[in-house]
Design a protein around this ligand. Structure first.
Ligand code: PRP
Ligand code: URA
Length: 219
């Protein structure tokens, strides 16, 4: 499925050689969990850095060794990262490395193996999520079902300012996400070709949660 993403004004494809290089390492079947997890974290730092480009700052007075001055500070209390379990946890580590003081909520979703529809099993969000800028995190945007489901959960809890950051997206997921959420910025590290008949991204990187947590082939 080809797609012209320029028609979706909310899509930001993060075009950087370092991002491409690191995603290539994730794609390699021989990249073990030992290497895979830290690369997901590194990518999240780089992508997060870009996604946080327009974050609000507030002027504060500080005393340097020389004099008093008014300087900008990020409004850390304004920020909340929300990984979609499980694979999003690997990204939360990177974002929290950038801003350790940010709040962090969690949404647990898994895809039903047959229908590929998301099934919710956990949700814990800050009570004041309606006042925060929320960054929803999941490395994979495949059908878009999990991302759209998580956005709906956030909205049901009062979130108003939401952005979504992923590492690899399929055209099908971008289309579904953008049609349902044209006002939510969608940050993508790589746009892949299509989904296969099991709704896996091609060429993709396989099952991201399994590769992050070393559960490939385990029950
Ligand atoms: C993966 C991935 C996304 C979802 C994307 O999670 O981390 O949450 O699939 O697919 P979609 O766009 O078609 O919804 P999975 O359901 O495999 O759960 P896991 O993270 O617990 O392995
Ligand atoms: N979830 C994954 O982990 N990988 C895919 O390719 C699709 C959904």
């Amino acid at each position: 499925m080809g797609i012209d993403i320029s028609k979706y004004k909310n899509v930001i494809l993060l075009d950087h050689p370092l991002i491409k290089h690191k995603i290539t390492q994730l794609r390699k079947v021989e990249t073990s969990t030992h290497k895979f997890r830290p690369i997901v974290q590194e990518l999240s730092v780089i992508e997060g850095y870009e996604a946080l480009r327009n974050v609000e700052t507030i002027d504060v007075e500080v005393q340097t060794p020389i004099e008093k001055t008014i300087q900008p500070e990020v409004r850390i209390n304004d920020l909340c990262f929300v990984p979609i379990l499980r694979a999003g946890l690997g990204m939360a580590d990177g974002l929290l490395e950038l801003i350790p003081g940010a709040a962090c909520g969690h949404i647990g979703l898994y895809r039903d193996e047959v229908t590929h529809e998301p099934v919710e099993y956990y949700c814990k969000l800050p009570a004041d999520i309606g006042e925060k800028q929320v960054y929803l995190l999941d490395p994979m945007l495949a059908t878009g079902g999990s991302a759209c489901g998580a956005v709906q959960i956030l909205k049901n809890h009062g979130a108003k300012r939401i952005a979504f950051i992923c590492i690899i997206a399929a055209p099908e997921g971008v289309k579904a996400f953008c049609e349902a959420n044209p006002d939510i910025p969608l940050y993508i590290g790589a746009l892949d070709r299509c989904l296969n008949d099991k709704a896996y991204i091609c060429p993709g990187l396989g099952d991201c949660g399994d590769r992050i947590f070393g559960t490939v082939g385990k029950k």
